[in-house]
Design a protein around this ligand. Sequence first.
Ligand code: ATP
Ligand code: MG
Length: 263
Amino acid sequence: MQAITTKELTFSYQGKTILENISFSVKRGETWAVIGRNGAGKSTLLKCLCGLLKPSSGNVFIDGNSVSKLKTRDIAKSTAYVPQGSGRLAPPFTVREYVLMARFPYRIFGSLPDENDKKRVDEALILTGTGHLSERIMGTLSAGEFQAALLAGAVAQDTPFLLLDEPTTYLDPCHQENVRLVIERIHACRHTAVITVTHDINFALSCHNNVLSLIDGKTGFCGSKESFCDHAAEHLSKVFSVKFGSAALSEDKILYFTRGVGL
Ligand code: ATP
Ligand code: MG
């Protein structure tokens, strides 16, 4: 079974522990939402999962292989990572050129893109609703358009695992809904495992089947959405130190909202 697994993952910056003893496993086909307060270590966790950061102790495995021993190209064939939007780079390429670059793990250095590469790029542009931006220079895009172009690149990379760090931050409600549909579609059509860091609790619980909450770099909750939702307000209050309430929208849809500070 394909999986990304962390075993007692601990990570420190300059001696300060940011992640402590995180053990969890994401299997192919699963969807996970990662939640936690600002600075809890969510982005750090995603960077450890794709080998951008090396654990101080413990380990991360992709399909049983230690990430630290895998070549960048092999990691990129299994894991696509869309970073948090802040401090964005503005590469001097069009959106189509940028998305095509995401095919690099499959191409021999210096070779021209083949028909499959072009097909994957077209699919990704359509799926993410970025076709109309394809000839625009990345640096001229709005924040939301830029975020959608990054997602298109990750979709074109066509990996079994997709790591998204706050993919809806700059998006209007319509484009947020589009990201939800992209996650649902690639999960359904390609059986992609998606791990999404988000502060939007309703987005987290609407299109992910599992939840990992981080509290000061430690695991708060790790398990199925169903067991999280059995005591959601309690879990959320513990994570964010804010009171939460909920309202049933339909039989299977519940809306979560904050009810004030002061726990
Ligand atoms: P947010 O919700 O604000 O994005 P986060 O949960 O993603 O927060 P991280 O970016 O993982 O948080 O950061 C975790 C902690 O590590 C924070 O206290 C942050 O200040 C610290 N940190 C992040 N990058 C560095 C760095 N390069 N050097 C030192 N400390 C860092
Ligand atoms: Mg972050």
